[in-house]
Design a protein around this ligand. Structure first.
Ligand code: SAH
Ligand code: SF4
Ligand code: F3S
Length: 433
């Protein structure tokens, strides 16, 4: 069999970070990545289970790839969260699968491939697997990469399947994190994203999250540091202060609000009120006035009334997020909400609420982005525009996509760009000379 592999990730940045480590392990075992699954000896999908739709998408893709397997004889592997949730039940839906590995076992893939002798392998054992930490991650692209600082989650938000699939919270040592960041920097990466389900709860060797960020800024050569995800109940004064003091920490915080109603937030077990959330955002904006604040929102949570939905709209209007990921509630088997609350908001109402929220946020993003016009942003150029290959594409400090005209070879560079105009999702600017 050819020593080539195709790896695609669904879901959150934790999956992307896991895929970076797996890519390093595969390459260490002599496999070469390919962008076309038709050219791959090993086809790997890193799957997500967070909502029903995420599973449907991964299952649909696995079915297509199973067809390729029948014509090419490639090995087909499903790994990550949906593999963890369904285990051998996945074989009933996709009998062509050769390997199914859960969230803590996926790093064993290169070993398993070497030993494999025909029968499908399913391994979804729980518990930390120290093997994975041996591999410093491969970068996402030549300029940026992800480093995991915490695995698992202890929060058990009422709607969420993640803690059941990824186990309890485990923090990596500062030395392990620093080693991985330094490894990426040595490979030319200038921007690193530190990843955990709740980075603010980081605690290891007496170091909290703000302390870890300070060490990464001081002791490694990366120029830009990001992190995801922050939990509103745990975002500390020390972290907020860091935004005022540490220019390497990029001005963006992803802070999922979920709902603007305190009753719904309580039912969700989120551990904060809207007022607490708003005060934290105010403090963040005082510390770093141009910080971008993005969020996640759920509509149609069990028992959500029209008025509670209206409270979410009102919160979106008042807080003025730069961007939001918006979802309709999806029942996840085994969660507290699935066991204790009726899924009583009709599907049509959920869809209507979601459409209303998306329309409002689109307008809010448009208005917020107009304030960028005329400003000069430091942009990491990471590619070219899909529509016009003479136009560069990059990310601002606030993690906004910007298209940049002017300049010869800007790829991989951090350059000043004057924002000329903006719509809801994209900024457009010119290289400032
Ligand atoms: N750890 C992160 C994000 C986890 S999942 C955090 O706590 O913020 C990403 C987003 O998916 C969540 O923030 C939530 O908005 C959404 N989500 C999770 N479970 C969901 C469900 N059952 N139905 C709808 N949306 C859900
Ligand atoms: Fe899920 Fe809540 Fe943990 Fe985020 S903090 S992963 S939403 S349980
Ligand atoms: Fe999905 Fe797993 Fe992330 S369920 S959102 S890939 S932790």
């Amino acid at each position: 069999m050819k020593k080539t592999y195709y790896l695609h990730s669904y879901g959150c940045q934790m999956n992307l970070a896991d895929s970076g480590v797996l890519a390093a392990a595969m390459e260490g075992a002599g496999y070469v990545p390919v962008a076309d699954p038709g050219q791959a000896g090993i086809i790997i999908l890193n799957t997500c289970s967070v909502r029903e739709k995420a599973e449907e998408r991964a299952l649909g893709r696995l079915r297509e790839l199973a067809h390729l397997k029948r014509t090419n004889g490639a090995a087909l592997c499903a790994i990550g969260c949906m593999a963890q949730r369904l285990g051998s039940r996945l074989l009933e839906q996709i009998p062509e699968l050769d390997i199914i590995l859960g969230t803590e076992r996926l790093f064993l893939l290169p070993e398993l491939l070497a030993e494999k002798n025909g029968a499908p392998v399913v391994d979804i054992a729980a518990g930390d697997n120290p093997a994975w930490a041996e591999y410093p991650p491969a970068p996402d692209n030549p300029f940026s990469g992800h480093v995991i600082i915490t695995r698992g989650c202890n929060n058990y938000c009422a709607y969420c399947i993640v803690p059941y699939l990824r186990g309890p919270e485990r923090h990596r040592s500062p030395e392990a994190v620093l080693r991985d960041v330094a490894h990426l920097a040595a490979h030319g990466v200038s921007e690193v994203t530190l990843v955990g389900q709740n980075v603010n709860s980081y605690c290891s060797d007496g170091l909290d999250f703000a302390g870890l960020l300070r060490r990464v800024a001081a002791e490694t050569a990366v120029k830009r540091i990001r992190f995801i995800t922050s939990h509103p109940k745990d975002i500390s004064d020390g972290l907020i202060r860091l935004f005022a003091e540490e220019p390497k920490v990029m001005g963006h915080v992803h802070l999922p609000l979920q709902s603007g109603s305190d009753r719904i937030l309580g039912l969700m077990s989120r551990g904060y009120t809207l007022e607490h959330y708003r005060r934290r955002v105010d403090r963040l904006r005082q510390a770093r006035p141009d910080i971008a604040v993005t969020t996640d929102l759920i509509v149609g949570f069990p028992t959500e009334t029209d008025r509670e939905y209206a409270a979410t709209l009102e919160a979106v209007r008042q807080i003025a997020f730069d961007a939001a990921f918006m979802f309709r509630y999806s029942v996840r088997e085994g969660t507290w909400a699935a066991q204790n609350l009726p899924d009583d908001v009709p599907e049509a109402t959920k869809l209507e609420r979601l459409a209303g929220l998306i329309a409002l946020q689109k307008q809010m993003s448009y208005d917020v982005n107009q304030k960028e016009v005329g400003r000069v942003r430091q942009v990491l150029i990471d590619g070219v525009s899909r529509r016009d290959r003479t136009v560069w594409k990059g990310k601002t400090e606030g993690n906004k996509t910007i298209l940049v005209s002017g300049g010869a070879d800007l790829l991989g560079r951090i350059v000043p760009v004057r924002v000329a105009r903006a719509d809801s999702w994209t900024l457009y600017g010119e290289l400032k000379v």
